[in-house]
Design a binder for this molecule. Structure first.
Ligand code: ADP
Ligand code: MG
Length: 484
């Protein structure tokens, strides 16, 4: 019986420089031949994809004391090989040469890490200031992994109010701390309430404080896109290596990967690797971890490990504050009464609120008149009308039965056949989303159902939307036609 744990050594944390030390000898031609044969066999044994990702870069460096010293390009690859392939490789070598006792994997150079890219860039721009770094990294060989940061989204331009105070102070803590105060920071809230703004603000601030830090901000969608692309190109090694080498990973709109299993799996591993190395992770989503259907349990629970901070729907005061800030940034002449009017009328999301003010000012500019309450009402007529328009449950039911070619009766009946029950659930879901009606009220409109039935329907459809594209699309289409 062999003693695998004794005969396998992996050089520890101090990466050994591979130039020959006193005790090692350049391999003879014979040993090199042996290694070449084994190396070739690996392709056969482990398959092309694995070979290309992990094993191809292995190089024989030295042979001494019955030890093969093999170089690997990075620490990450070394660990991976050690955990997955090392024993088998040793066996393969021993078949060729029985007295061989161990293989040592040493890190020869540090291949594809973000830090290296920065270093290379620094070499090329010796005269450059340090703020050059992050920017160059984004535009350099790894630019496909970064999403751009909006220069307007800073802490300075973020107006703090009750609904976002917790999220904002958590964001500042993370941006200003030298250590990692909580990990991950998870920010969630509805559309247009400032999640992305806060994320960018954190990224800017961390970079400003320490330009050498590699802050990777990207949308979950982009993460998935890049991952799938790497899978296709059988080049996941570069992908993994890169994501594991950043100092701060910020992922926006993580709900996007709910229901996308392999992307989630990959993210989970990246997530763990970074947390283990005490690297900050910041995540945003449109809902709390506990409400995220289609997310694997272990990922869900880990997301909630750090600090979970929500952004509540805006209040009148916050909306007015944002408008006032925006007015001063635009240096526009807008009476206070107009701002108050907008803050009162446009309640759904901040993006629309800002859009309305911009439109108003642009319109006044072009037409050469002042912004007044009256012009505001005129210009924003469409916008406000769509806001005032209330969608009713009857309308929802009508659209749903049209879409699925059912009868109105099917919305009220007790029939459980899926072809009827599913559309009914969708209608209940939309009623909850698009009207102000309470669950019992909705239940009554659907043939006197109990509020728990409605709740169940809402949950079910939320879940299915993450798992089933057809349902997600159906809901989307119906919703659009209701709003349009
Ligand atoms: P989300 O990512 O939550 O959908 P965004 O961060 O994109 O929302 O915000 C939408 C718009 O509203 C952006 O232009 C953003 O600058 C603005 N905004 C949101 N909240 C605030 C705030 N508290 N202060 C200033 N601007 C805000
Ligand atoms: Mg966003």
């Amino acid at each position: 019986m062999k003693q695998p744990d004794r005969i396998l050594t992996v050089i520890g944390e101090n990466e050994k420089n591979v130039d020959m030390s006193v005790n090692s000898y350049a391999p003879t031609g014979e040993v090199q031949d042996l290694w070449d044969r084994v190396h070739k066999d690996m392709r056969q044994e482990f398959g092309e994809a694995v070979f290309r990702s992990w094993l191809k870069p292995l190089q024989l460096q030295a042979y001494y004391h019955n030890t093969l010293e093999v170089s690997v390009p990075t620490r990450f690859i070394r660990d991976w090989i050690q955990n997955n392939y090392a024993l088998r490789i040793l066996e393969m070598c021993r078949k060729e040469q029985a007295d061989l006792q161990r293989i040592e994997f040493v890190v020869a150079q540090s291949g594809f890490t973000a830090t290296d890219v920065v270093n290379v860039i620094d070499e090329e721009h010796k005269e450059s200031t340090s703020t050059f770094r992050a920017k160059d990294l984004e535009e350099g060989p790894f630019n496909e992994f970064f999403s751009p940061l909006d220069p307007r989204f800073t802490f300075d331009s973020f107006v703090i109010g009750e609904p976002n105070a917790l999220a904002c102070s958590a964001a500042k803590r993370v941006a200003e701390s030298i250590s990692v105060p909580f990990n991950p920071l998870y920010i969630y809230g509805g559309v247009g309430l400032g999640k992305t703004h806060l994320m960018h603000a954190i990224a800017w601030e961390i970079r400003r404080r320490d330009p050498s830090k590699i802050v990777l901000y990207l949308s979950a969608e982009k993460f998935m896109y890049q991952f799938v692309k790497a899978l296709r190109a059988q080049d996941t090694m570069r992908f993994k290596e890169f994501f594991r080498s950043v100092d701060v990973l910020m992922m926006d709109d993580i709900q996007f990967i709910a229901g996308k299993e392999s992307t989630q799996e990959e993210f989970f591993h990246t997530f763990n690797a970074l947390i283990d190395n005490n690297k900050q992770i910041i995540i945003s989503a449109d809902r709390a971890p506990s409400d995220m259907a289609g997310l694997e349990e272990r990922l869900r629970s880990r997301l909630a490990w750090g600090l979970v901070a929500d952004i509540q729907p805006s209040t009148y005061e916050l909306r007015l504050g944002i408008l006032e800030r925006k007015r001063s940034l635009m240096d526009a002449n807008v009476p206070q009464s107009v701002l108050e009017f907008l803050a009162l009328k446009i309640t759904s999301n901040i993006r629309e609120l800002e859009g309305a003010l911009t439109r108003l000012v642009a319109h006044a500019d072009v037409c050469g008149h002042d912004v007044t309450l009256e012009t505001a009402q005129n210009v924003l007529h469409d916008l406000l009308r769509s806001h005032d328009r209330r969608i009713t449950i009857d309308e929802i039911q009508k659209k749903v039965i049209q879409h699925y070619s059912l009868k109105m009766d099917d919305m009220h009946s007790a029939r459980r056949a899926r072809a009827v029950a599913r559309p009914r659930q969708i209608a209940m879901y939309l009623a909850k989303q698009l009207t102000q009606r309470s669950l019992p009220e909705i239940g009554r409109k659907f043939g006197g159902r109990d509020h728990t039935t409605v709740m169940h329907a809402v949950k079910k459809i939320e879940e299915l939307m993450n798992l089933d594209d057809t349902i997600a699309q159906d809901v989307d289409v119906i919703q659009r036609s209701l709003k349009g």
